[in-house]
Write a protein that binds this ligand. Structure first.
Ligand code: PMP
Length: 355
């Protein structure tokens, strides 16, 4: 497919001159810095951070198998998504296509940017149909897909994703916030074939750094260059860059934790599947499990009273009476199972549908 990023950009972004910060005009560690109106008395944080997070990107690039110039970092992946919406979609005019059920932030970003959001329903197994997405996207600028999907947990069919990428002339975002937990490889491997693809990932989940807010956008150098002109100058603070760099020095620990979470996930999955009060447990490649009960509101309230907070997803499309549980530590999951075991003989929780 022919792809011209400049035609896709909002006209005001095509010629945008980014703000030029002191650290854009001189980058280096050596010197007497009297250029940024900082407080000169040394402390951990008296200096502005590197606006392009060079050291962090250099550490991250080999982990992701891309070049540092193919990465943009943001204040959480929510900021990466926001930058994409604001760079490509004209408020009051453009439309964006996504799937339902999926991550609620896509609706908020569309509403914030006054965009028409078209949500294409997944089937009862929460799978995607490329032709329905493409049909809905005939006039759209952006398609945003989430895989593994939140709140369902499953990976979207890679063949259908290929069909969408091959036949859509706008931007396709694949939100891979949970891909570190998946047995299916990241769609990063598709970037060479599709210049209109942007992958969004995060350090909030598998890397255990939700509190420092670092999101990762990966795409062609051309797209990354544009997103860099739109982002706020110092969008990732110095403390966050430092903590993330430390964590990346120790990817072995991260991998060990991922293995443990996946083991706990399968233990929890088997438990839920064998519990007769549970109607259905949905396959997952994420660090959470969606399951269906006879009355999600009653389950939710009961669990909260017992000190266990999970997510009630009953109001999401196709998720009536579904609950979403994040995989916790061994002890946390045991406590959850103990409480659910106690509910077994209580008729309020019993499954009225034969398994
Ligand atoms: N995408 C998905 C699918 C998510 O579930 C979340 C967090 N709940 C995010 C993006 C945002 O993650 P963060 O901003 O912490 O990187």
């Amino acid at each position: 497919m022919e792809f011209d990023i400049y035609k896709l950009l909002r006209p005001n972004i095509q010629n945008l001159s980014p703000y030029s910060s002191a650290r854009d005009e001189f980058y280096g560690d050596e010197g007497i810095f009297l250029d940024a109106n900082e407080n000169p008395f040394p402390s951990d944080f008296n200096r502005y951070p590197d606006p392009f997070q060079r050291k962090l990107k250099e550490a991250l690039a080999p982990v992701k198998g891309v070049r540092p110039s193919e990465i943009i970092l943001g204040n959480g992946s929510d900021e990466i998504l926001d930058l994409i919406f604001r760079s490509f979609c004209i408020p009051g005019k453009d439309s964006v296509v996504t799937i339902k059920p999926s991550y609620g932030m896509y609706r908020v970003l569309a509403d914030l940017n006054d965009l028409n959001l078209i949500e294409v329903a997944l089937n009862t197994e929460f799978q995607i149909d490329a032709s329905s997405v493409l049909k809905a996207a005939e006039e759209a600028k952006l398609i945003i897909l989430c895989s593994p999907n939140n709140p369902t947990g499953n990976e979207l069919d890679r063949n259908e994703i290929h069909k969408i990428l091959q036949n859509f002339n706008g931007i396709v975002v694949i939100d891979e916030a949970y891909s570190d937990f998946s047995d299916i490889s990241s769609a990063i491997e598709l970037l060479d074939d599709y210049p209109n693809l942007i992958i969004s990932q995060t350090l909030s989940k598998a890397y255990g750094l939700a509190g420092i807010r670092i999101g990762i956008g990966i795409s062609s150098e051309e797209i990354i260059r544009v997103l860099n002109t739109v982002k706020p100058p110092y969008n990732v603070n110095a403390g966050s860059q430092r903590v993330a760099l430390e964590r990346l020095k120790n990817t072995e620990t991260v991998h060990k934790e991922i293995i443990q979470i996946k083991m706990e996930r399968s233990r929890l999955f088997t438990y839920l599947q064998t519990n007769e009060n549970i109607i259905k447990v949905y396959p997952t490649e994420a660090n959470f499990i969606l399951f269906k009960v006879n009355d999600a509101n009653i389950w939710y309230k009961y669990l909260v009273e017992k000190g266990i907070v999970i997510r009630n997803r009953t109001n999401n499309f196709g998720c009536t009476n579904c609950l979403r549980i994040t995989v916790g530590t061994n002890e946390e999951n045991n406590r959850f199972m103990e409480i659910v075991d106690e509910m077994k003989n209580n008729p309020v929780f019993q499954n009225s549908i034969a398994k």
